[in-house]
Design a protein around this ligand. Structure first.
Ligand code: NZQ
Ligand code: ZN
Length: 390
C-alpha cells in the first residue's frame, strides 16, 4: 500500500446488553458534575432515561439536564448547553440519543471554551482545541457520531447547516446496546441505513486502486446494511439485525475505511443544503440524491469502480459488459432505497421544487470542496443533479 495515514480511533466501546452498569464508573473518571443531553422524548418513552438516571444516582454524581435537542440540531441548543456548562462547572457530557443529540453535544463541549456565539465555531472562525469529555449512549444506528470526530449543526435563520471535525470532539466512551434501537421507527431505521450506506459509498467511490483490503472491508460493510436493514424494518426487535447495523454505523465513518482515500465527498454536501433549506431527514436526502449523483458521474473513467460495486456488493453477473453492470448497480441501489426501504424516491414527493437549487448548489460546491471529488463537480453539475431528483 502506498497510502500514508494515521490510525487513531480511541473511543472505548461497550457493546451489547446490560453494559450500562459501567456508565457510572466511566463518568466518574472525568468528574462529578454531569450534563445529560437528549432529544424530544424518545428516551423517556422507551425507558432508557430512567435507566441512565439510576446509574448516575448510584454513582453519586450530580445530574444536570438539557432536553429537546432537535433533529438537525440548532445552534440555539448548543448555546443553551454551553451556558449551562459554564454556569454549573460541568465536568463531563453524557449524550443519550441519535446523531443529532451527539453532534449538538460535541458542539456544546467545544463552545464551553468559547465566549461567543457557537455559530462562530461552525464557521471555522475558532479552532477547536479543547472540548469537555463526552460519553454517549447511542439510540439510533446512522451517523457514526458515536465514534467519529465530526458534528453538524444548523442555523435556521440563515438556512445554513455546517459540519466540523476535530479530534478533541471524539467521544471518550460510547455505549452501543442494540436493544436501545428496538423502538426506532421503520422510517428512521430506513433513513439511518441509507446514511450508513452513503458514508461508505462516499469513500468507496474513488480512483485509487491500491487499498484492496479496505475496498473489501467496505464491500462487506455495504452488504451488511443491505442484508440487515430490511430485517430490522420488518422485525424491530431482531437483535442480530440491530446489532449488525449499529456496529456498521460506527465503522463506516470512524476513520478506519478512509485510510489513504483522499478525495472530498460528493453527496453529503448537497444533502446538507437540502436539510438546511427544508429541514428534511438527512438519510432521506441521501437516498434521493445518491443514485442520481451516480448516474451523473458514471462515464468511461469511472465505470470500473461501478463495475466493482455491482459485482461485489449486488452480486451482478461479472461476465456482463462493465457499463451494463454499472447501470444495473445503480438500479439495484434505487430498488434498495425506494422499494425495499420504502423511502420516498424524489424531491417532488417531499414537496421540494427547484426554487432554491441555484443558491444551494453554489454553497454545496464551496462547502464540499467538490472539485476534489471522485469526479470533480461544480455548482452547475450540482444543480443538474438536484434537477434529476425532482
Ligand atoms: O429526539 P428524539 O425524541 O430522541 O427522537 C429522535 C428523532 O426524532 C428519534 N429517535 C432516536 N433514537 C430513537 C428515536 N426514536 C425512537 N427510539 C429511539 N431509540 O429519531 C429521530 C431522528 O434522530 P436524529 O438524531 O436526528 O437522527 P440521526 O442519528 O440520523 O442524526 C442525524 C443528524 O446527524 C448529522 C445529520 O446531518 C443530522 O443533523 N450527521 C452527523 C454526522 C457525524 N457526526 O459524523 C455525519 C452524518 O453524515 C450526518 O451529517
Ligand atoms: Zn451522513
Amino acid at each position: 500500500m502506498n497510502s500514508k495515514f494515521v490510525y487513531d480511533i480511541p473511543t472505548k466501546i461497550y457493546f451489547g446488553e446490560n453494559q450500562l452498569k459501567n456508565l457510572g464508573k466511566e463518568l466518574s473518571k472525568y468528574g462529578k458534575r454531569v450534563l445529560l443531553t437528549y432529544g424530544g422524548g424518545s428516551i423517556k418513552k422507551n425507558g432508557l432515561y430512567d435507566k441512565v438516571v439510576e446509574e448516575i444516582k448510584n454513582a453519586n454524581l450530580e445530574l444536570f439536564e438539557l432536553s429537546g435537542i432537535e433533529p438537525n440540531p440548532r445552534v440555539s441548543s448548543v448555546n443553551e448547553g454551553a451556558n449551562i456548562c459554564k454556569k454549573e462547572n460541568i465536568d463531563v457530557l453524557l449524550a443519550v440519543g441519535g446523531g443529532s443529540v451527539i453532534d449538538c453535544t460535541k458542539f456544546i463541549g467545544a463552545a464551553t471554551y468559547y465566549n461567543g456565539d457557537a455559530w462562530d465555531i461552525s464557521l471555522g472562525k475558532v479552532p477547536v482545541e479543547k472540548c469537555l469529555p463526552i460519553i454517549t449512549v447511542l439510540t439510533l444506528a446512522a451517523t457514526g457520531s458515536e465514534m467519529d470526530t465530526g458534528g453538524v449543526i444548523s442555523n435556521p435563520k440563515t438556512k445554513d447547516k455546517r459540519g466540523i471535525s476535530f479530534p478533541v470532539m471524539r467521544p471518550k466512551v460510547s455505549f452501543l446496546d442494540p436493544t436501545n434501537t428496538y423502538s426506532v421507527s421503520k422510517y428512521q431505521t430506513a433513513c439511518g441505513s441509507a446514511d450508513i450506506l452513503s458514508h461508505i459509498i462516499e469513500v468507496y467511490f474513488n480512483l485509487n486502486t491500491d487499498l484492496y483490503m479496505l475496498d473489501k472491508v467496505m464491500e462487506g460493510l455495504m452488504k451488511t446494511v443491505i442484508k440487515y436493514a430490511p430485517i430490522a424494518i420488518k422485525e424491530p426487535n431482531n437483535y442480530e439485525a440491530r446489532a449488525n447495523l449499529m456496529w456498521t454505523s460506527s465503522w463506516a465513518i470512524n476513520g478506519f475505511v478512509n485510510g489513504g482515500k483522499r478525495q472530498a465527498w460528493s453527496v453529503h454536501c448537497i444533502e446538507h443544503e437540502l436539510s438546511a433549506y427544508y429541514d428534511i431527514t438527512h438519510g432521506l436526502g441521501l437516498a434521493i440524491l445518491t443514485p442520481r449523483w451516480m448516474e451523473y458521474v458514471l462515464d468511461e473513467n469511472t465505470v470500473k469502480r461501478f463495475y466493482q460495486f455491482g459485482i461485489n456488493v449486488f452480486d451482478i453477473d461479472k461476465s456482463l459488459p462493465e457499463m451494463e453492470v454499472a447501470k444495473k448497480s445503480i438500479e439495484k441501489l434505487k430498488d434498495f432505497f425506494f422499494e425495499t426501504l420504502e423511502l420516498q424516491s424524489t424531491l417532488t414527493k417531499i414537496n421540494i421544487d427547484k426554487t432554491n437549487f441555484k443558491v444551494m448548489s453554489e454553497k454545496a460546491e464551496i462547502l464540499g470542496n467538490t472539485k476534489y471529488a471522485f469526479k470533480p463537480i461544480n455548482a452547475i453539475d450540482i444543480e443538474n443533479i438536484l434537477k434529476m431528483c425532482l
